[in-house]
Design a protein around this ligand. Structure first.
Ligand code: FES
Length: 575
């Protein structure tokens, strides 16, 4: 068998000796010896380490363990930084930069002498941005998540990242918690390296990486500070060298069956609504036909069996000890809900990896016949208010509000919501429907995580903790409530959401997947004729590129010009 020439050889063993000299010589200033240029696989370690992304601040140590594995397997590791979308600091929202980061990743891989890549991912957007960029190149790839923080504890209570920020801030607004107690809870929540340890977006995406077969078994749940996280990184480094030798590219892993598995696992873990948008974008890069309706079809009857916050009680550390994603996949697979032959990066099928997984705690990972929510998954709603779809996560919502008709309280922007929501004169009660506009991909821009609008104090004071809320925004994966999100088309793109007025009646019918604005067609036409698009926040720079090219939520909010796989053909020489 003729050995396939690796793409790195076009740099380090180029027939044009001047070019080969040039590429090798500058690398030698780092102290790399001759034998590393002998034709062995060059493995990029794509690192989102940043002190501005606290969830990924331990990634240089993870990279060192990946390197050990790569060297051990005869590869040549080279670590490189890419734009790191840190959720807690980046404004106006990290999502605005997901596509930008994916472009960085794609071009860094294609433009450099890289034969295979390990993606170091963790904080919410770092996972999809790196996977999207790698998918557009289609080289052998393994993703290694940084792992969740240790459980938070405060006053004898398990407290979860994000989830308790929402809960505690509502308690402060409702007068049940002091500002001093609120301040004390900060360091009790985030007490170790790692990403949010609720089943928020980061943990969900770590689980998606595992369910897609793109990560090693247990990728999602091993705590960031557990030594086994470093063993996993080591083994991923070792394994990616084999993937290069066997030419197992990402397109062999990210198949439609892999996405079906991920959608079902998302339902079972009660995963974040953000997974919808990210998986649609990832599939789009891989050229896989995945639609919003697939989320409903494959996820509809999946019971949520993982009892983690924000839907349930426990946290990621408990999930790992209970058996993690492998135990979930086993339970789904035994019920015929896993595409068993999907290939994973360690060379086994998903079923070979997980058929014997043990569940050590039936409270954390429940049996299918004793679920947290019988129909988990993501419900995709349609109707005259969302012709291209909207979503809701039933496991995080109040079952009593799944069918609801209420009077709309309308906020044209997030600023207006902040101005009015605490106003004692706001004419609102718990039967109303809060409607927020202009927070979608183009409108915010970047589709902010503001869909879980705070409740008005006059409702909170009655002890009521949930109301129907509708917007074109996203919601943090750590948040909860009867919150309809991702309404498409969004208000700023002229979707029907833009036409809702205060006092209109809105109908939510989750069992029948319907979202309806009870206003006549004639009246809506009259309002449409008067509607004017809001002025863009910025008329130049990256934000202009974003607003001009971002697609709607039902298409994954990727840029129209980034969809598809462009491969990793070696670019021409410039010297
Ligand atoms: Fe980084 Fe939650 S803020 S994962």
């Amino acid at each position: 068998m003729t050995k396939k020439k690796l793409r790195s050889q076009a740099w380090y063993n180029s027939e044009r000796i001047k070019d080969a000299f040039l590429h090798r010589s500058w690398m030698r200033n780092q102290g790399f010896p001759d034998h590393l240029f002998d034709g062995r696989p060059v493995i990029g370690i794509c690192n989102t380490w940043s002190e501005l992304t606290p969830c990924n601040h331990h990634f240089r140590k993870i990279a060192e363990h990946v390197k050990r594995g790569i060297y051990e397997a005869g590869g040549f590791p080279l670590e490189f930084p890419v734009f790191s979308c840190g959720e807690s600091n980046l404004r106006p929202t990290a999502m605005l930069f997901r596509n930008l980061a994916s472009m960085d990743v794609e071009e860094a891989i294609r433009g450099n002498p890289i034969d295979g890549v390990v993606l170091l991912v963790g904080c919410d957007k770092t996972t999809p941005s790196l996977v999207m960029g790698a998918a557009s190149c289609d080289i052998p790839t393994i993703a290694v998540s940084g792992g969740p923080m240790l459980n938070g504890h405060y006053k004898g209570e398990l407290i979860g990242s994000g989830t308790h920020v929402w809960k505690f801030s509502e308690m402060v607004r409702g007068g049940q918690m002091t500002a001093e107690e609120f301040y004390r809870a900060e360091s009790a929540m985030s007490r170790s390296a790692g990403h949010c340890m609720t089943m928020g977006t980061a943990s969900t995406m770590g689980s998606m990486v595992e369910a897609l077969g793109l990560g090693m078994p247990h990728n999602a749940a091993i705590p960031a500070v557990d030594a086994r996280r470093y063993v996993l990184a080591h083994m991923a480094g070792q394994r990616v060298v084999d993937l290069v030798h066997q030419d197992v590219r990402l397109s062999r892993i990210l198949t439609r069956d892999a996405f079906k598995n991920a959608i079902r696992v998302n339902g079972a873990i009660g995963g974040s609504t953000n997974a919808v948008i990210h998986l649609l974008a990832m599939a789009g890069r891989m050229g896989i036909d995945l639609s919003l309706d697939d989320w409903d079809e494959f996820g509809r009857d999946i019971p949520t069996i993982v009892d983690l916050q924000p839907s349930g009680r426990f946290l990621m550390e408990d999930f790992y000890y209970a058996g993690g994603v492998p135990a979930v996949i086993r339970r789904l697979g035994e019920a015929g809900l896993i595409e068993r032959d999907a290939l994973t990066v360690n060379g086994n099928t998903i079923w070979e990896n997980n058929a014997d997984a043990e569940c050590n705690n039936d409270e954390v990972i429940r049996p299918l016949d004793r679920p947290l929510t019988p129909q988990g998954g993501i419900a995709v709603l349609r109707g005259n208010l969302a012709p291209d779809g909207a979503i809701i996560k039933p496991s995080a919502a109040d079952p009593k509000l799944m069918t609801h008709r209420g009077r709309a309280i309308v906020f044209e922007s997030i600023e207006e919501l902040h101005e009015r929501i605490d106003d004692p004169n706001l004419d609102v009660d718990e039967t109303c429907v809060l409607v927020l506009k202009n927070c979608g991909p183009k409108g915010y821009p970047g589709m902010a995580e503001v869909g879980n609008m705070p409740l008005p104090p006059k409702v909170l004071e009655k002890g009521i903790t949930d109301m129907v809320r509708i917007s074109d925004a996203r919601m943090s994966g750590t948040a909860y409530g009867t919150v309809v999100l991702h309404v498409a088309p969004e208000a700023a793109a002229g979707g029907p959401l833009a036409l809702v007025q205060e006092g209109d009646m809105v109908e939510l019918d989750v069992p029948n997947r319907r979202l309806h604005l009870d206003v006549s067609e004639e009246e809506l036409a009259r309002r449409r004729a008067q509607w004017q698009a809001p002025a863009p926040a910025m008329s130049s720079g990256y934000q202009k590129l974003y607003v001009d090219h971002v697609m709607q939520a039902d298409k994954g909010a990727d840029f129209d010009f980034l969809v598809g796989c462009r491969g990793a053909e070696v670019p021409r020489e410039s010297h």
